[in-house]
Design a protein around this ligand. Structure first.
Ligand code: 8YV
Length: 315
């Protein structure tokens, strides 16, 4: 029997690509100039899709693969996979939870510290000679001891809060219900009320249709001119128009963002702002974590085609 054929939605590092190429026939969708023609040609032979969190698999791609059995996501977020197209056909979906949690939390905390203390501007201050010519760097805002809200106390939100406890912060969180593992932290059901009591608001929710724009104008304005919004989840959790307007007017103090609508092409209005820190969706981007994510993604595919139970199924 020949190798199983997979559709590959985006690139992987060699340490994943090489074993994938050895075990399967990989059809590189992302390299195809004419995507529709490519799908029409290889779709009927495809039994699995290997994708990435931000790329997922939409209804058109899924429909073009009538023999599709499994979609394996390299990422914890599976919001870009059209689950409603998978369910009726019994297509299984897997993701890579846990292995990336702590790196994502680390980057969120690093962004908060860097933005609040002006670390990137301070680096420029040294390099461009401003220190010598203009003198002392402008004073920035303290992090430790201040009030923080965590919107979504799942795996990543929990690790963020745990880290912030080390900075003696006053920690509150919103979620669908109080969590028994968060006894030291204050539960605030309403995101607007959470933002109102916060100097820093972390968005750590798994994105879905239900959470779309959960951070809208009211939450942003409640956070206020001294507040900072940190997003390490998905752009869809925030009303980006409302965010841009608030950053431009000063209704929101600042933001630190790892994710954007339409990324990697972000709204150019972000580039004109000096009160926002922009990161290229790399919260899970360490060698250690990406190796673990790749292995888990591949192990799920191998398990499926060997008739073994999936390691980390979401559907
Ligand atoms: C990855 C992610 O950057 O886990 C997720 O959901 O978005 C990130 O970890 C991405 O999936 C890698 O392509």
């Amino acid at each position: 029997m020949g190798k199983v054929e997979l559709l590959q939605m985006g690139p992987y590092p060699d340490w994943d690509q090489n074993p994938l190429d050895e075990a399967f026939v990989m059809h590189r969708y992302f390299e195809a100039a004419d995507k529709a023609a490519f799908l029409a040609e290889v779709g009927p032979r495809v039994r699995g899709i290997a994708t990435r969190g931000e790329l997922g698999a939409n209804a058109t791609v899924i429909a073009a693969c009538p023999n599709l059995e499994v979609i394996s996501v390299y990422g914890v977020g599976f919001d870009a996979v059209d689950l409603s197209a998978c369910r009726p056909r019994g297509i299984r979906v897997t993701n890579t939870p846990d292995v990336l949690t702590k790196d994502v939390a680390d980057l969120g905390v690093a962004m908060m510290l860097a933005q609040s203390r002006g670390i990137i501007g301070a680096e420029t201050w040294v390099r461009d000679g401003s220190w010598a010519s203009k003198g002392l760097y402008p004073l920035k805002r303290r992090v430790w001891g201040r009030r923080v809200g965590v919107l979504g106390l799942g795996r990543i939100g929990y690790e963020v809060a745990r880290r912030l406890a080390g900075f003696d912060m006053d920690i509150a969180y919103s979620d669908v219900a109080p969590r028994d593992y968060a006894a030291d932290w204050t539960f605030v059901a309403d995101p607007v009320a959470l933002a109102e009591r916060s100097d820093f608001l972390f968005v750590t929710l798994a994105a879905s249709a239900d959470t779309r724009h959960i951070v809208g104008r009211k939450v942003i304005e409640a956070l206020g001119p001294e507040g900072m919004l940190i997003n390490i989840s998905r752009a869809s959790n925030i009303d980006e128009e409302a965010l841009l307007a608030a950053l431009e007017s000063g209704a929101l103090g600042s933001a630190a963002l790892d994710v954007f609508e339409g990324e990697p092409k972000l709204n150019p209005r972000f580039l004109a702002l000096d009160n926002v820190m922009l990161q290229p969706h790399h919260a899970s981007g360490t060698v250690e974590t990406r190796k673990a994510m790749g292995k888990l993604m591949r192990d799920n595919l191998t398990a499926h085609f060997a008739g073994q139970p999936l390691l980390t199924p979401v559907l």
